[in-house]
Design a protein around this ligand. Structure first.
Ligand SMILES: [Mn+2]
Length: 312
């Protein structure tokens, strides 16, 4: 079961004594004709089925809340909040279809869409929407994640652990997939074997401890071979000490500045059309730090989209 909910009004801190430059991100929300739109996917069904910890459905609200009071991006003059898809019940699939339709429609009026998840089942909806909007494009997928999320859809059905298996099933001849920040401890040999058979590019987390450089070859290769890029950022790629508010916190993880370096490299391709930030679990995020990481990433993506040449 799923339904659509219109965007709620944004609010946040006001500093009128500091003059007209004292803008925060909440001041930039609500520009209907902006190049960039954001859309929430409020869904617990994927993580629940994946035997993870519940709470991802409140992720979009927590990311918006953390984003609202960040300083306005210097290059951004506004963004459109396109509301939320609300998923209830056990099956994420109807919600994923609704997300795909909404995202494809948004791409008629906006140039870039950022989806706020939800568990990683969000990815099948985001990708399906980009596929609907760009039926003839070669789509490349770049995932910043501790996990491959390539498990097959068994009797339990689609979950937050199966999205990239589902994407390959949907379009087996055009599967271009790189995963950056993969934890050896978090993926079984069966999954690594599947990744090898499907030519998935993997950059392990231990190669991304100090700088993003080790991920650039994989990013550049996917970008060169694709017309449109879908970037998906699983917050459990970050160290658990920094991002405890996820279903599966990482003992090692990759530092935020390294993730930012990877994101900047993807943005520099000019081909990034759709992105999502997934797996925030607000009940585990007692200090709000994980939502803050998500908000930094959202702000960086939006600023990067307008700052470089992507929006020409
Ligand atoms: Mn994931």
């Amino acid at each position: 079961m799923c339904k659509y909910r219109d965007a709620q009004p944004w609010s946040g801190r006001e500093d009128p004594e500091d003059g007209p430059q004292a803008l925060r991100m909440h001041h930039l929300a609500g520009r209907a004709n902006a190049d960039i739109a954001i859309l929430g996917f409020c869904c617990d069904a994927g993580v629940r089925r994946n035997q993870g910890q519940r709470g991802a459905a409140s992720g979009p609200a927590a990311i918006r809340h953390a984003l609202a009071n960040l300083a306005a991006s210097p290059d951004l003059d506004g963004f459109h909040d396109a509301g939320d898809i609300l998923v209830t019940g056990e099956d994420p699939a109807p919600g994923q279809q609704m997300l795909a339709k909404h995202l494809a429609r948004l791409l008629l009026d906006h140039k870039r869409v950022l989806v706020l998840g939800g568990g990683h089942e969000t990815a099948f909806g985001t990708w399906s929407g980009l596929r609907l909007a760009r039926p003839h494009d070669r789509i490349g997928i770049i995932n910043i994640d501790a996990h491959l999320d390539l498990r097959s859809v068994g009797r339990a059905g689609p979950s937050s652990g199966t999205p990239f298996w589902q994407i390959r099933q949907a379009d087996p001849d055009n599967f271009r997939y790189a995963v950056l920040g993969v934890a050896g401890e978090g993926n079984t040999a069966a999954l690594f074997q599947r990744a090898r058979e499907w030519d998935v590019q993997i950059v392990p987390d231990d190669q991304l401890q100090t700088e993003a450089q080790a991920g650039f070859a994989a990013i550049d290769q996917i970008c060169a071979a694709s017309d449109a890029i879908y970037l998906t950022i699983d917050l459990d790629a970050l160290p658990g000490a920094l991002a405890p508010g996820v279903s599966a916190p990482a003992a090692r993880g990759i530092p935020l500045h390294v993730a930012e370096g990877l994101i900047d490299r993807v943005l520099a391709s000019g081909k990034l059309i759709a992105a999502d930030i997934v797996e925030l679990c607000p009940p585990n995020d007692t200090t709000g730090l994980t939502a803050r990481c998500a908000a930094y990433i959202a702000r960086r993506l939006m600023n990067g989209w307008v700052a470089d040449h992507s929006l020409r």
